[in-house]
Ligand binder design. Structure first.
Ligand SMILES: [Zn+2]
Length: 341
């Protein structure tokens, strides 16, 4: 019987060596350690043995059982390890691959333009002053030398609100009165950026909302030369040293004298092209010396103080810089447009 046990052990261990997968390992367990395995039959027969034989055979049978169980768990562990290795190899994660980039937003092109221009003025000592987008009739027009029934009011297609006497600002000029009243009689150098609203027929050149930047300087001995120098410097800061600027006489109720100013066409360098309608110049905005009545309304004595003001449309600057043909792109929320900046 001892030799039977040796044989059982040998056969089982040999069979175990050739096993390569979990399923055959399980069959092996059933065959060699299961209820009807040869080893178990030996245990069943122990009761029939003599008193002398029983402990000897019993010990040996237990030793074989332990050996087979240990061999089984070794094999099971090594199969598990090799399965793990295989899956590590085949499902290998390449951590050096670039990740999926999260979409990161950026500033709106209109905001970029406002900030670029505000920064250029800031370098010349102009501070930013914020004023309201809804104003009383006085601030929008009256205090800017446009009393009721003044024909110049027709130039502004104003949005009136359901509140009597309150309208959306059609230009940033009402901010002039706010900043002057806050700082008079101190000298002022300020930019007043912000959105303006007009009841426009929307087309490639006109929108019902647009950003404007108002520039205001008030002090003693400020002249038209300062205005021209400041705007020329702005043009150079935005578009380079070579650019020229010109003034054309114009009319605004809140400045005297008044002018429109043009930058030399950036696209043809003044030679004439379709964008500048073959003139070589691009209209940028209006400007002039602050009207004495406006200075007075702001709290300054026009005998002692003078000042200049200028306005410019920031989308317009962006359109010139990037040759954007239609202002409606700015507010259409089309990512194909916005992502380009
Ligand atoms: Zn041109």
């Amino acid at each position: 019987m001892l030799s039977d046990l040796d044989q059982i052990e040998r056969t089982a261990l040999q069979a175990l060596e050739s096993i390569q997968d979990e399923a055959s390992l399980e069959s092996w367990r059933v065959a060699h350690l299961g209820r009807s395995a040869p080893l178990m039959l030996v245990f069943d027969q122990l009761g029939k043995l003599s008193k002398e034989e029983r402990p000897v055979i019993g010990r040996r049978a237990n030793a074989v059982k332990n050996a087979l169980e240990a061999a089984f768990s070794d094999r099971s562990e090594s199969l598990r390890q090799s399965a793990l290795q295989r899956s590590l190899q085949s499902e290998r994660l390449d951590v050096t691959l670039p990740g999926r980039a999260l979409p990161i937003g950026h500033l709106h092109p209109a905001t970029i333009s406002v900030r670029t221009i505000v920064r250029a003025f800031a370098d010349m000592g102009f501070q930013v002053y914020r004023s309201p987008e809804a104003e009383t009739d006085d601030y929008n027009f009256g205090l800017l030398n446009m009393p009721p029934h003044h024909p110049a009011r027709d130039m502004y297609d104003t949005f009136y609100t359901s509140m009597p006497n309150v309208s959306l600002r059609p230009h940033t000029s009402p901010g002039q009165i706010h900043v002057m009243r806050q700082y008079a009689p101190e000298p002022i150098r300020a930019t007043l950026p912000g959105v303006c609203y007009r009841y426009e027929q929307i087309n490639a050149r006109h929108e019902t909302q647009f950003n404007q930047i108002e520039v205001l300087a008030v002090g003693k001995n400020i002249t038209l030369g300062d205005l021209k120098g400041t705007l020329s410097d702005l043009a150079r800061r935005l578009f380079g040293q070579e650019i020229h600027i010109r003034f054309r006489a114009s009319y605004f109720p809140f400045t005297e004298p008044s002018a429109e100013y043009d930058f030399e066409c950036l696209i043809c360098n003044g030679k004439g092209c379709a964008v500048c309608a073959w003139t070589g110049w691009l209209e940028i905005g209006g400007c002039g010396m602050v009207h004495p009545i406006v200075l007075q309304n702001g709290g300054y004595d026009p005998e002692k103080f003078s000042g200049f003001a200028a306005g410019l449309g920031t989308e317009r600057i962006m359109m010139l810089k990037h040759r954007i043909e239609d202002i409606r792109y700015f507010w259409a929320n089309d990512m194909r447009f916005l992502e380009q900046f």
